[in-house]
Design a protein around this ligand. Structure first.
Ligand code: ADP
Ligand code: MG
Length: 266
């Protein structure tokens, strides 16, 4: 490990040890070398606090480590949230539980414990447009990303389009992995547009490759009886998909009127 590196990269300077004078130069360089930017930034402030509040060495050390650990955790959580590609971030705090006429609130809140992910269970949200299905799916996925899970949010049509494109360029396996690898896949808005036979087959591959392996949260405006119409009137395919999705699942049925038209009505 270098004892005396050249002066730290000036683009990397934040107020921290480097400003504390020549005594701390080596320490500063080593913290840069070890990539401990939060300790580097806070060591001086914390050492002053330690002196004024009479912390012992272990207490000072644990504050230093905590600040670095928290910074790293926050950074990787932010990265996971970015990678999940949520269209808009939502959480349950902003959800008005009194708006839908019928909603299983306790069950939905319990999904934030993420037990369903450990058990590889699926969550299927059924309901008319504007009832908050995407909002709720996003809120649960957001909680999962913050808890360290790899999450991907994708519109069902976009998934099919992407896979059909990959099929045309002979890169289907890699494209499929994008949807089979995440610990949680949110498939949003199945049923808004009908799929052709090939699209349905590709979606089946996604669902069956995750079956009993990793969870899917699905949102749809179609009750199961209407699924064949989404899958090119292929009842066998529709029920094969539904079968795998619902084997280990929680079905959440929302009833009421669209939240989007709420303000107009008011
Ligand atoms: P869906 O996916 O069921 O069509 P969305 O989740 O997209 O509905 O909801 C439409 C808009 O209304 C979003 O901006 C969402 O945040 C908001 N919304 C829906 N239901 C509620 C609710 N009960 N409380 C607060 N906002 C809601
Ligand atoms: Mg939606």
């Amino acid at each position: 490990m270098p004892q005396h590196t050249s002066a730290p990269d000036p683009t990397n300077l934040t107020a921290g040890l480097f400003d504390a004078g020549p005594d701390t130069r080596t320490l500063d360089a080593q913290l840069l070398y070890l990539r401990l930017p939060a300790i580097r930034r806070h060591a001086l402030d914390l050492s002053r606090q330690a002196a004024s509040e009479g912390w012992d060495h272990i207490r000072y050390l644990s504050h230093l480590i905590e600040v670095e650990a928290r910074t790293r955790y926050d950074k990787s959580a932010q990265r996971r949230v970015r990678q999940a590609r949520f269209p808009v971030l939502k959480n349950l705090d902003t959800f008005d539980w009194n708006w839908p006429k019928k909603i299983p609130r306790e069950a939905i809140e319990s999904f934030l414990t993420l037990r369903f992910l450990e058990r590889k269970e699926n969550l299927l949200f059924f309901g008319n447009p504007g009832l908050g299905k995407t909002h709720l799916a996003t809120a649960i996925g957001y909680a999962a990303a913050l808890a360290g899970k790899n999450v991907l949010f994708a519109n069902a049509i976009d998934v099919v389009n992407r896979l059909q494109g990959a099929l045309a360029t002979h890169s289907l396996p890699a494209a499929l992995r994008q949807y089979t690898n995440p610990e949680l896949l949110i498939l949003d808005e199945l049923g808004y547009l009908p799929l052709d036979q090939q699209g349905g087959d590709l979606l089946f591959q996604v669902v069956s490759s995750r079956y009993e392996r990793a969870s899917i949260i699905l949102t749809t405006n179609k009750v199961p009886a209407q699924w064949p119409s989404t899958f090119n009137n292929d009842s066998a395919l529709a029920s094969a998909i539904l079968d795998r999705l619902s084997h280990h699942c929680h079905s959440i049925v929302l009833e009421g009127e669209s939240y989007r038209t709420r303000k107009i009505k008011k």
